[in-house]
Design a protein around this ligand. Structure first.
Ligand code: CND
Ligand code: ZN
Length: 378
């Protein structure tokens, strides 16, 4: 259906305030303005960051339509849009790529100045919102908002993907897979025969494990407090599983003893300061690389032993897609093609699929830890 020029009403899941249940509402969605696209949602993953947003751990404006891990079809385009056309399959991008700012133009930069994460206004590029409900303005999350049947977004925050992509699964390639997989392959540059530890075997941590395995790591230690994650972790080639709650010593000490001197690469994919420190302390003193992927609550501080910092270890962060020269619109479509060509496999990461109008059930499943990723289907 061509939505050009029309304000239409669609169902969306709204969080009216933090820590309140999502409510399915009738939402008015304005048509796309210049350099915007109107899209029809096909699927959206339930990412740990969306849970952080709903709990108020990241500073976003409410009421909002959450969700940022989406796969969709372009419905109509505003003036000046040239990279996509109606009918194209696309993925939403938490970090857009306008290709004009210092980050976009730098070969190793990608945190485009048009991003809406640090800080987040919850508005589209022109400073307005395209959503209203019951007469009230509804905010976006990170330019995206995927828990809605339709949305209007900036063209620079969508990436056209292969027509053959199965939309019920590839939504994970909009956030979880590039974040985790590329953190191992591209940002940490895991080497063949190396030892790795991954803190958190949820969605992102599982994608990190896949990246470590694809890079030839010989030992991958998985750490999680939920042992339901271990069989799926082992299927992805985690070699040793540790539950810190069942250990008599701090987990970092156990990891160092298991590997002799500490691992070559440590990843934190939980979002807690304590596990970030444990990941750092698990690394080899001299050449270990620690990559922080998890998002800690805003304003939390990471306190490290200053003496141990000078031994040579490296600490890096991997904010959404800020993986060195990993440009979002340029690189994400290639990951979809790699999936279609069976070079990477995201199927094991999609453990559950539910209809869009059951977000509560999806979050319930998420909180029990029974999922790697639950995908909402529209
Ligand atoms: P998910 O909830 O699926 O995974 C977290 C895992 O950590 C679960 O398996 C938990 O059981 C486990 N866990 C929780 N507490 C502990 C603990 N104390 N010790 C050991 N294990 C524990 O979340 P996700 O994988 O979707 O996201 C993980 C983090 O990554 C989260 O902080 C999210 O905000 C962040 C993230 C970052 C980026 C990025 O670009 N850097 C993108 N997406 C998500
Ligand atoms: Zn830019």
């Amino acid at each position: 259906m061509d939505t050009l020029g029309k304000t239409l009403t669609y169902q969306a899941a709204i969080a009216w305030e933090t820590n309140s249940p999502l409510s399915i509402e009738e939402v008015k969605v304005e048509p796309p303005k210049a350099e915007e696209v109107h899209i029809k949602m096909a699927s959206s993953g339930i990412c740990g960051s969306a849970d952080h947003v709903l709990k108020g751990l990241l500073p976003l404006n409410f009421p909002l339509i959450p969700g940022h891990e989406g796969a969709e079809i372009v419905d109509s385009i505003g003036e000046g849009v040239s990279s996509v056309k109606p009918g194209d399959k696309v993925l939403t991008l938490v970090v857009p790529q306008r290709r004009e700012c210092s980050s976009c133009l730098h070969p190793r930069g990608n945190f485009c100045e048009k991003q809406d994460i640090l800080p987040s206004s919850g508005l589209i590029l022109d400073g307005t919102s395209r959503f209203t409900c019951k007469g009230e303005k509804i905010y976006n999350s990170f330019h995206t908002s995927t828990f809605t049947k339709h949305t209007a977004m900036p063209e620079i925050a969508v990436a056209k993907i292969d027509d053959a992509a199965p939309l019920g699964k590839v939504c994970l390639i909009s956030c979880e897979v590039p974040t985790g997989y590329r953190a191992a392959v591209h940002s940490a540059r895991v080497t063949p025969g190396s030892t790795c530890v991954v803190f958190g075997l949820g969605g992102v941590g599982s994608a990190v494990v896949m990246g470590c395995k694809a890079s030839g790591a010989s030992r991958i230690i998985g750490v999680d407090i939920n042992e339901e994650k271990f069989p799926r972790g082992r299927a992805l080639r985690v070699t040793d599983c540790l539950n810190p709650r069942n250990l008599k010593k701090p987990v970092q000490q156990v990891v160092v003893e298991m590997t002799g001197f500490g691992v070559d690469f440590a990843f934190e994919a939980i979002g807690l300061v304590d596990t970030m420190i444990a990941a750092w302390d698990s690394c080899h003193l001299s050449y270990g690389v620690c990559l922080i992927v998890g998002l800690a609550p805003s304003n939390s501080q990471l306190s490290l032993d200053a003496v141990k910092v000078i031994s040579g270890r490296t600490l890096k962060g991997a904010y959404p897609f800020c993986l060195a020269d990993y440009k979002t619109r340029g690189c994400i479509p290639q990951l979809v093609t790699d999936y279609l060509q069976k070079k990477i496999n995201v199927d094991p990461l999609v453990t559950h699929q539910l209809p869009f109008h059951q977000p509560h059930k999806a979050f319930e499943l998420y909180h029990t830890g029974k999922t790697i990723r639950c995908v909402l289907l529209f």
